[in-house]
Design a protein around this ligand. Structure first.
Ligand code: NAD
Length: 272
């Protein structure tokens, strides 16, 4: 007999650019049920109306995440909010022993250490991924491989002008992967080099320069450029709309119960 159980999902940051796309995806997915839409704006308004979707039911936006989890007996909370509030949200959710899928960016190593501790303490699973686009994960993986053969690499990440942090989590993770997969090259110090305008060479992680572009019309894009003797290699990924993140989010939601503690990066569950 067909398994009729639907995963009960709460979306935190439901009214945001990503949140709305995720709510639509959850509503349209047969094996999921959207049981809560949490945001600090549009409180009391019906999420279906906000999404312009026809529905016999109504689901009101609430700003109290814990109240929603306890009231709706959620299986998973998906959080796409912002770097300033996400740590508080994670602590609250894990304390209720509910599993989490997090796409909000801006975590540093100290944050991840705290999250790992909470997940172990409350015996929950949490997946945090700086990029849920499967193609972006491949771009990072190919960059890791290419790094073994090229001494130099620079990253250009391009996002819409509403993005609240820079560089992107994807750029930082890519730089870390490149850095880990090769012998650190001796940096050429060009004593005659003059930085005419501060920041012209971008930010730096180890010896990898990261350039952040923020413009209207963009969604999420990244190009990794490798330089070697007489050749360059470019590896590029483009998310042209927010649907590009949905297959990765579904993969994480479907696997979350089987994971343990904190899992960082979608590559960890893609068998690549
Ligand atoms: P957005 O600003 O459009 O949406 C964020 C939403 O969170 C807003 O509606 C805001 O009101 C809400 N919010 C703020 N504080 C809150 C709180 N305490 N509780 C609940 N909701 C709260 O941003 P966006 O473009 O949707 O992006 C959201 C996050 O996701 C960002 O950190 C962005 O970098 C990240 N992102 C990640 C991926 C990925 O694949 N991992 C992809 C795209 C965006």
């Amino acid at each position: 007999m067909k398994n009729l159980y639907k995963k009960k999902i709460i979306v935190s940051g439901a009214v945001g650019r990503m949140g709305k796309t995720i709510c639509k995806m959850v509503i349209n997915e047969d094996s999921y049920e959207l049981v809560g839409a949490v945001d600090v704006i549009e409180q009391g308004n019906d999420i279906y109306s906000l999404l312009g979707m026809e529905s016999k039911e109504e689901l009101y936006i609430n700003n109290d995440l814990v109240e929603e989890i306890n009231g709706k007996k959620a299986d998973v909370v998906i959080d796409f909010t912002n770097p300033e509030v996400v740590m508080k949200n994670i602590e609250k959710v894990l304390k209720t022993k509910t599993n989490m899928v997090v796409g909000t960016t801006g975590f540093d190593q100290a944050d991840l250490k705290k999250v790992r501790k909470w997940a172990n303490e409350y015996d929950t699973s949490i997946m945090i991924a700086p990029n849920f686009a499967l193609g972006a994960v491949m771009m990072m993986e190919f960059s890791r491989k290419a790094a073994q053969f090229f001494k130099q690499a620079e990253i250009i990440e391009l996002h819409h002008d509403g993005k609240m942090d820079a560089p992107s989590g994807t750029a930082v993770k890519t730089a870390e992967m490149i850095s880990e997969s090769r012998e650190k090259p001796k940096e050429k110090v060009n004593k005659k080099f003059i930085e005419k305008l501060k920041g012209a060479r971008g930010a730096k992680l180890d010896d990898i320069h990261i350039h952040s572009v923020r413009l209207q019309g963009l969604v999420a894009h990244q190009e990794v450029i490798f330089g070697g003797e007489g050749q360059t290699l470019k590896i590029r990924h483009d998310s042209i709309n927010r649907e590009s993140f949905m297959p990765g989010i579904k993969l994480a939601v479907n696997k979350i119960e089987k994971l343990r503690g904190l899992v960082y990066g979608l590559d960890q569950i893609m068998d690549i």
